[in-house]
Structure formats: C-alpha cells, structure tokens
Ligand binder design. Sequence first.
Ligand SMILES: [Zn+2]
Length: 381
Amino acid sequence: MLTQEQIEQLEAFDAQGARVLSVYLDLDPASQIRRSYRIAFEDLVKALRARLEGQEQADLSREVERVQTWLDSQDPRGKGLAVFSCTPRGLWHASFFAVRVMNHLAFEPTPDVAPLLRLVDEYERYAVAVVDKERARLFTVFLGEIEEMEEFKDFVIGKHRQGGVSDARYQRHHETHVYWHLKRVAQRLAELHRRRRFDRLILAGPEEATTELRRVLPRALAHRVAAVIPAEVFASEREILDKTLEVERRIERESEERLVRQLVDLAGPGGRAILGVRPTLAALWADLVQTLVVAHSVRGDGSECPNCLRLEPGRVESCPTCGAAMRHLHDIYHRAMERAVDQAGSVEVVYGEAERHLVDVGGGLGALLRYASPVPQAAVR
Ligand SMILES: [Zn+2]
C-alpha cells in the first residue's frame, strides 16, 4: 500500500524534461489465472504508442521493457498494481493494492497520480475496536489493508475476592474498573479519529464489553458505528481484517443498490439520470455524465470516432455524427469509464443484486447526469 506521503512525493516529482511512465493494472483473480493483465498492458501500450512520435516512442519502449521485465519476475499480489518508471531520472516505484484499480497508462512529464487520489477519495477508512473487560486492540483499515494497530491492557480487579467468595463491594469495584477501561478505549478512539479521520467504526468483542463501550462513546464516534460484532479479543489480524471487509462489502452493496434504484427513479424524459448502453454513451459524448454506473461483469466491443469522440457499441464503420472512420475498441465499457473520469465525473462499478438490476433495466450501463437529460431515451440497449 502507498502512504499519503509517498503519493505526495510522486506528485512532486519533476522529470526535468523527461517523461514518466505510469501504469495501473487491474489484477482481479480472473486476470491473474491467465496472466491476462499482461495482455491488457500490451494493448494499452499499443494505443499509447500510436499517439507518440519518433524519440518519444523510443523513450516509451525503454520504460515499457523495464516494466515488462519486472512483471515477468513478480507473482501478482492483491487486486491492483501501480508502477511509475522514469529511467533517465532514476525513478522506479511499484505497489500492489488490496483493492482494484482501473487499467490505465500515461507517459507524461510527471507521474499520473490522479487514479491514486481517486482511490484515497473513494474508499472509506474503518476503525475497529476489539475489546473485552480489560484489553483493547484498535485498528484502522484502509484500501483493504490494516493500516495501523495499537493495543493496551488496563488493570481491572477480579469480580471475586481471593478464595472465590462473592462480595457486593468487590463486585462494584470490579464494575468501576471495567467502566474506566472502556472510557479509556473511547478516549483512545477519539485520538485515533483526530489522527486518521476514519469514516466508520466497528466494535468487536464479547457483548457485555461492546454494549458498554458503545454507551460511553462520544457522540461524534457513536454515529459512526457501522457494526457491533462478536469476537475474541485475541482474534488474529487476518480474522479482524476479514470481518471488517465483510462489513465494508455489505455497506457498499447497500449503497450500490440505492444508486441503481436512484437511476431508475430519475431516468425518463427530462430526468437527471439515463439508462441503457447507447443513451449513456450519447450522454458521455455530450459531456453530461456526473456518475457513470457500470455492471461489473458487462463486456462488449465498440467503436470510437477519433474526430468527434463519439462512442458506439459494436463495430461501426463511420461516425453517425461527423462521418469520420471509427476506430474499433475491444472494451467499450472500459473506454466509457475512462471517458467519464477524463470529464471529471466519477465511476461506480456495481456487483451482485445491484448489478443484476442494472443489467435488467439498462443493459449494464447508466449514469447520473449533471443536468436534466436532453438525450432521447427511446434507444435503450
Ligand atoms: Zn465523429
């Protein structure tokens, strides 16, 4: 994972007239089996090379070779990859991510960090407090990984006097100690929040402890509680991470389903949303898309006009708008996502239930629009 500091260093890097190759590759499990991310990389290089000339092409080839050699030597880890390379200025940086990134290539005077900034922007940071009556372990989880961790134990006297004889005064004493301990946990969480600005909080542990902790949380933290789950205070980091990602996925799925319902509600003549492959591509062409919504599994080729940038599904010989010869694209959905990002819009890929719904109502593609739609909705699909 890249730290904020590393991103800032890349952002400030000056290639002094040379160019930096920035590579982002989606390493989803399907593409790792056949190493097909290598093919995606080669396709991106081909498209980029076509836009360069003479010396620039030679400079690109040098960096591409370096990246290819490195890719051959690596077993892919995680779900995404970013590489920055500028041989003449001694820049080399490679990071694997536990989250997916969109395939993307740039060869420019500075590293292209925009996709990294988008990741940081789009993902929520979670804090997890694993507690019992005397121990606490606090974690932050960001971009699919544990980012920070601290643990502590407070002195709590037992429920019973030595010898096991129950005593009401001893019992009260014990409860007070537990209360102090959980108060301290709440305090540490507040400090963590000042440092790391987490969006959501998960409380984990035996029910008695999590219930009491929830009661003593300051209000700013209480309303961030996303889940309260049973757990052992000694649970492994892997278990804690898995549980956190499970909560995160559930919350994401719910928000994706809301988004698709919103598309359906707002679509229609003069509405603020659009559904269907062809109308959505038309809205992209007209620079109307605020949020492009794409079903995760949709695939299909398409055509792009090099002159007016119109996008069409399938093979189209000449542009319906300007008549220029269109270029064939292997993946029209990926091109649509790039286009949305270029136009300062955002992209939401939806999975599961939301994905099925979007395929049903819009062939897997739709968008929230910046303005009410002047694009005719008749040609859905
Ligand atoms: Zn055209």
